[in-house]
Write a protein of this length. Sequence first.
Lengths: 435, 316
Amino acid sequence: MGKLGKILGLAIILLLCSGATALADNVGPHGNYTANTAACAQCHRTHTANAPNLLAFTTSGNQNYIYRTCIFCHDGTGSKYDEVDGQILESNGDRYPTPAGGFQNMATIGGPPGVAATAPVTSSHIVDSPDGSGVNIPGGSQAANGAIELTCVNCHDPHGDTGNSRLLVPVVPVLSPDGTTWETISTTSSTLYTPTSTSVTINVTDTTTGESVTYNSAISNFCGACHTDYLQTTTGPTGVYTTGLYRHPVAENGYNLAASGATGYNGTNFALPTASGNVTCLTCHYAHGTTVMVATSTYDPPAPVRPATLLRMDERGVCENCHNLSPSTVAPVPESSPDSYLVVNSQQNVTYAILTFSTYMNSVQAQKVSNYALSGQSGLSVVSASLEPNGLMGKQVLLQINGTATLPLTITATNLKDLNGNALAAGANSFTLSP
Amino acid sequence: MKARRLLGMMASIVIVGIVFFGYFYFVKQSPLAFATSDDPANYTVPPNFLYAINNDPGYSLDRPMSVIVANDQIYVADAGTGKVVVFDYNGKFEHYLKPGKASFGRPYGLATEGSYVFVSDTVTGKIYVFDALDHYVGLFPTQVGVLAAPAGITFANNNLYVADVQRNMVYEFNSKGSLLQSFGANGEQQGQLTFPNCVAVDSFGKVFVSDSGNNRIVVYNSKAVVIRYIGVKSSGQGDILTPRGLAFDQNGDLWVVSGLADRIQVYAPNGEALMKFGVTGDAYGQFSLPNGIFIDPNNRIYVTETGNSRISVLAR
């Protein structure tokens, strides 16, 4: 990779590491510099810089310094957003999953210390390669296969002037296939259709208990800047780089689920995130990484080493969540220890139960406190029930129980159904839990 | 007879020479540096590069956060691999610390008291204790839920000080794990902290905290009252950028790692700037995203580099 390229890339990235507390619904320390110009000096020197763009840093050697620079703070030691392990660190001690997933690990359960849990990712965008080798673009330029330098700055602009609070860039910089120059791929134009939006717009809510992100517009177009051939409004056959192939439709502002007439679609059991009912790339895929397990690949050659391909559900669960052509009639069952377990905090007189089911559960019933009964122990009461969104993606429920449970504790769940509408079988609906 | 005496003298000279230079070879110190480094208060010349502990096929370093010397060994908390790597005093790999049947998450801080070694972990939120033989003793018994992401730790006056980078607080525990007091609060105002990565205590009991997000060192007295800031621009002391590791030298002066500046800055206890050095790069003697620092009794300075994934050892 050219030194100039590294420097230019780094020019875009460095303020990602500004140490001030990042806020969820704005660009945090990466913008509004007129109000806090001290942040400039995190990365720049006016008269004594070491690199172009008045950077205090130079880049050299065999490390991906852009990624290294970002995670200098974004490993949780300088930002609440720990992108390495996919968790948001709140100053009250709680940890929650990041909406995009993580690059090495990923929070699967959110909550206080001892309760929050992470798991290793099974696939992720490769943003830490020293030289970009081995990185290719599914649905993108095949000539560029193996020569793409992908780092944080391809998608995020540290200066924050992107119009969205995830700092998503309007133009994606990509190293040329010969590795000598940076090229740009516009997210606002395409060889295949004319977009109507100019930049990704999002809403962020629940800013103190993890975060919920809703993508309003242009997110599929953003992904499609690189994954060009996969950005289709019809099933095909289409394609620029891989021609004549049939594609699942997504579109700039998403592909409308209700209007699409998706075979077997049942909105009441739909668990994946949409943009106002529209299917986007992020409906089925995480942006950073995933922990789901996928045994085989349906991906065009060359098959990826890690076939999970950032999916949100195990195997092809995302397919059946819309196209439920042959709904399973198998009743969900409680998974015993160690998949389900208790965390007892006698000092604070609170108990947490992590209940793991064999399949994806319907959140409406799973999050009703009244659906859980504690047997044999007085003084205990369930005060909250949360279907954990990441990692096992809707297979785990976190119960907060007031009081100190005596072990073992038996919890019976009633009225719970999975995404196919199958109820827990009577007589097979209780968990006997130990730590 | 004369010839024998001459031979004897020559043999003596050779033996003395072997012992003399052998010592310096063994401790990897230049005799010249030894001869010229007798003034710890000399801040006109930066320390010399001595050697580096690099990544190696026999072990792995990825984002080493901190380093200490204890029990004649070098301990490195390596966040990327989730391991604590032990080297001999010359930087030769020895073994890993193993916390019983469990595993570390992201080990960050290291401290020593007596011959015990303490390891903090920002992911598990725990502090692990090992004995002089590197056997796992158990967890430091803090109350459940006090610590969230313990980063830099240090022992002083039989008490353990912990910088919690998630809670934005510094905690002082006695040796039995009871919380004695806390320093700071989340924010950028007087005495508040934003991502405090490291804590150091001087011989008078004053507590120095690297307030990374606020680009300053906050100095508290032993009663948690702010008495000084170091490195803030308005003081004319030179700016600190994202201060991380802290260490006191034998002269009682404070060495600060300016992480994003790839620089090390030295301050007198009163905040007077004495020296700064370090340039960006991956050549020996240069730094990339340094984080931790430790100064041993032989005046060796150990710097962990998260960018170059190595330990640079300097000597004065």
